[in-house]
Design a binder for this molecule. Structure first.
Ligand code: ADP
Ligand code: MG
Length: 458
């Protein structure tokens, strides 16, 4: 973009936000350039940039789009000199950068402009709620209302890909709506560390402290990252205490409960434990199906001719692991593939296209596990299942176990037969068919099979 074009955008902006706002906030910023779909501006101070980003980021973006410019986000940098174009594209800086000369620029680009860190798709609207995440969701909603600090901190934890980051971004988006004047600062624990290290190197720990203690809401994602990193933990502890004392809201996420983080300073652990600690459980079948249905709608916007056979989403929800990121990835790939080859998404196509994912995530259930769980469930003994006993209260559990072996293991009918006291493969087939038949007429069997499936998944 030329400076002329920016001048045009400025004219538009002035009428959009009013002369006063324009004079105070837009005039002092200097357009630098657009690079990799990022519009870069120079600002007098970090605080200035933060403010402009929070208050006017959206409207600036809109007007840049209006002028026909392809821009995904804005970056405000304090440097006055033109920069090298290697600021990170995404908020998560993966590898620890030791001494890259413009690390400071990269960091300020990310961390000083809190909202440029947020993924626009991670909103509450896009978050599907089910049993495994309903508590975490409710707590996040409450905090996002921005009322009096209800629980401090809110600590969200759970395994990878279960929606911690999504929920945190959703809180931040919602808060910017509900409390537009609050300073919200979202960053990963990793970024917290980078910034701290930089402050140490630049002998500006005072600035660092001021920066962090002046926010209204501090959100630190993946706190497990600083466990064991002692001086960073120490600083985090002080920041944390200072903010709590000031009555500011703190929201933290981690991959496990504070008490289970081995290298986490015990003072921090007990502090984290003081607020509300909620976990995101691994997804269950219903939640996965709900997520797939919602993501399919999004895919339909991209691929308008998408055709998908009945039962495919159910199959994926059933077979792909609890990690939502993997689940999403599976659907994305499937839709792209189907579009490419111009075919309907059938079960066969799904199995072919996702074979690696299906292989990797299907937990290996053994026949022994099935027999044990089935016996526990029906209160019979494994020896009964192996025996020739034809009493009804034994026959049904035995057939159910056969059915589950057929369905959830890759064992052949003769192999299953050998396991069940040396029965013939036709007997196994009969048992499997019997259960299928009963399931189609008696919901009790559907329920039993579903419960057993969950027990086996756990
Ligand atoms: P975490 O931070 O716990 O590792 P993320 O928040 O990054 O997980 O979630 C991984 C992906 O799964 C993201 O794309 C996110 O949007 C999606 N996701 C997770 N949970 C849900 C949900 N309940 N509804 C919709 N999308 C979800
Ligand atoms: Mg995350």
């Amino acid at each position: 973009m030329t400076n002329d074009k920016w001048a045009d955008v400025c004219n538009e902006l002035q009428s959009a936000i009013g002369k006063n706002n324009f004079k105070s906030w837009i005039e002092p910023i200097e357009f630098d350039r657009i690079d990799a779909r990022i519009a870069r501006f120079r600002v007098p101070t970090n605080f200035f940039g933060t403010w402009v980003s929070q208050k006017f980021g959206d409207v600036i973006l809109r007007h840049l789009h209006g002028a026909g410019l392809a821009v995904d986000r804005l970056e405000f940098l304090v440097q006055s000199a033109p920069q090298t174009p290697n600021a990170p594209q995404t908020p998560a800086v993966e590898a620890p950068v030791q001494s890259a000369p413009d690390l400071s620029a990269a960091i300020s680009a990310d961390a000083d402009i809190p909202l440029s860190n947020l993924n626009p798709a991670y909103t509450f609207e896009n978050f599907i709620v089910g049993k495994p995440n309903e508590l975490a969701h409710a707590a996040a909603r409450r905090v996002a209302e921005g009322g009096p600090v209800a629980f401090n901190p809110l600590f969200l934890y759970g395994g990878v890909g279960l929606g911690k980051t999504h929920l945190m971004h959703a809180i931040a988006w919602e808060l910017t709506k509900n409390k537009p004047n609050q300073r919200i600062h979202y960053l990963s624990a990793e970024q917290f560390m980078y910034r701290f290290v930089r402050a140490l190197r630049e002998k500006d720990t005072i600035g660092f402290k001021q920066m962090f203690r002046s926010v209204d809401v501090l959100m630190v994602d993946d706190v497990q990252f600083i466990a064991g990193k002692n001086s960073t933990q120490e600083e985090f502890f002080h920041t944390f205490n200072a903010l709590v004392e000031l009555g500011k809201q703190i929201i933290i996420s981690g991959d496990r409960a504070p008490v289970d983080m081995e290298d986490l300073d015990s003072r921090i652990a007990s502090r984290l434990q003081c607020g509300l600690v909620v976990d995101l459980h691994p997804t269950d079948y219903e939640l996965r199906l709900g997520i797939l249905q919602s993501k399919l709608e999004t895919q339909r916007q991209r691929y308008r001719d998408l055709k998908i056979a009945d039962g495919v989403l159910e199959f994926i929800a059933h077979r792909v692991s609890s990690n939502v990121r993997v689940l999403e990835g599976a659907l994305t790939r499937l839709c792209a593939f189907a579009d490419l080859v111009g075919a309907e998404i059938t079960l066969d196509l799904t199995q072919e296209c996702l074979s690696d994912i299906l292989r990797a995530t299907s937990r290996k259930v053994t026949m022994d596990e099935i027999i044990k769980k089935t016996c526990d469930y029906y209160k019979v003994r494994p020896a009964d299942l192996m025996s020739p006993n034809r009493a009804r209260n034994i026959v049904r559990p035995r057939q159910m176990a056969m059915y589950l072996c057929k369905k959830y293991t890759t064992r052949s009918l003769p192999e299953i037969g050998r396991k069940f006291g040396g029965r013939d493969h036709t007997t196994i087939l009969h048992g499997v068919r019997k259960i299928e038949e009963l399931m189609s007429t008696d919901s009790q069997f559907v329920e039993d099979a579903e419960l057993l499936r969950r027990l086996l998944e756990a």
